[in-house]
Ligand binder design. Structure first.
Ligand SMILES: Cc1c2[nH]c(c1CCC(=O)O)Cc1[nH]c(c(CCC(=O)O)c1C)Cc1[nH]c(c(CCC(=O)O)c1C)Cc1[nH]c(c(C)c1CCC(=O)O)C2
Length: 343
């Protein structure tokens, strides 16, 4: 087994590190030419069903950019077929579900995931990567109940989540039943990823920022509490992330998790002033990567100056890499973060 560079894990636990670790959300694939070539032949689901190929795609950004963590190539939608939800990822649109969940009876019908028999290829990919290939930690992940439910109820991407919210407000009993089922899926699936070798776990609640704090506390926080309490048993750092959710960062800080992910809307200093003393991850606006290098460097420096004030800091973007970003920019930025923070 190869020697593991654990800088990312140590920062996630709030320990002092020799330099600031960095990885990029949605680093796998996207702008990389090698990946685009594979995508001409295979869909996301076809890639994830082939452990050798999926491991290669997962490794590409680590090898090319020198980032401090790998994130497993798959989608938050990947476990849904296992519980009886047919999902297709349509190019240019995103996940599409033809038979959305719209009633208590629909929720009733949802099944349970058995990772060993339903997604053995995910576990095989993790084992291949962590036992033989990677020299940095592998981040496993899942979508959070609200974000998963938003796709399941809307039937695809949404701007205002009206159908989701309407279901939540009108049928609270069915809503909580749905949250419970999705929590069970996340816990079982998450534990299996960690047992297979993932050494950190991130929950993507990308769209939960659509709720205000009061509704978050009523409809979401209890289920997140359950998920993190259960995953905590596996003893790996747990990361939370959402977009446009600065008003919820304090709520996340109160959950039994290790790392609060920030998008670009709240400065790290502001988060610290709010009492977020846990490790923070973020938070360069991904659009900055489309600007000239001087602009990128200046913004990265400003973020690092704030982040590095406390040991628990992981550099990342505030959301995923855009496909139009030049891979050389990500490589240069990684090197810059490493050099600047090692001073
Ligand atoms: C909301 C969400 C989704 N997926 C994900 C989220 C949470 C993070 C976020 O907010 O961006 C998470 C995700 N999706 C994917 C990864 C892989 C690992 C990585 O981060 O590099 C991760 C971590 C691959 C993917 N997920 C998807 C692709 C494109 C695949 C294809 O074209 O077939 C990839 C590589 C498709 C997808 N999947 C999803 C959307 C909205 C889309 C379409 C838009 C897009 O391309 O980004 C749902």
């Amino acid at each position: 087994m190869k020697q593991l560079n654990d800088t990312f894990l140590r920062a996630a636990r709030g320990e002092k590190t020799d330099y600031t670790p960095v990885w990029f959300m949605r680093q796998a694939g996207r702008s990389q030419p090698e990946y685009r070539k594979i995508k001409e032949k295979y869909s996301l689901f076809e890639i994830t069903h082939q452990p050798e190929l999926c491991a290669y795609v997962t490794r590409l950004p680590v090898e090319q950019y020198d980032v401090d963590a790998a994130i497993l190539y798959k989608d938050i939608m990947s476990p849904l077929p296992s519980i009886g939800v047919d999902v297709e990822i349509k190019s240019g649109i995103g996940p599409v579900i033809d038979n959305p969940i719209r009633s208590a009876a629909d929720v009733e019908k949802l099944g349970e995931i058995d990772p060993e028999s339903d997604v053995p290829y995910v576990l095989d990919t993790i084992k291949l990567l962590t036992q033989e290939q990677l020299t940095v930690p592998l981040i496993g992940f899942a979508g959070a109940p609200f974000t998963m439910a938003s796709y399941m109820i809307e039937g695809g991407p949404s701007k205002n989540y009206n159908k989701t919210k309407s279901f939540m407000y009108s049928e609270p009993k069915a809503w909580f039943a749905l949250m419970d089922k999705l929590a069970d899926m996340t816990i079982t699936y998450g534990k299996a990823q960690i047992k297979a070798g993932a050494s950190a776990f991130q929950i993507f609640d990308s769209w939960v920022g659509a709720l205000n704090v009061q509704d978050y506390r009523t409809f979401i926080k209890p289920v997140m509490e359950k998920i993190f309490t259960e995953l905590k048993e596996e003893n790996v750092p747990l990361i939370m992330f959402g977009v446009g959710a600065s008003h919820l960062a304090k709520e996340w800080h109160e959950l039994p998790l290790d790392v609060v992910g920030l998008d670009w809307r709240l400065q790290i200093n502001e988060a610290r002033a709010m009492g977020i003393s846990k490790t923070v991850m973020g938070n360069l606006d991904p659009a900055i990567l489309l600007a000239p290098w001087e602009v990128i460097e200046e913004r990265a420096k400003a973020i690092l100056d704030q982040g590095m004030e406390l040991p628990g800091y992981i550099f990342n973007l505030g959301h995923g890499v855009f496909p139009s970003v030049n891979p050389d920019t990500l490589k240069r930025l990684t090197a810059f973060v490493h050099e600047y923070s090692a001073k």
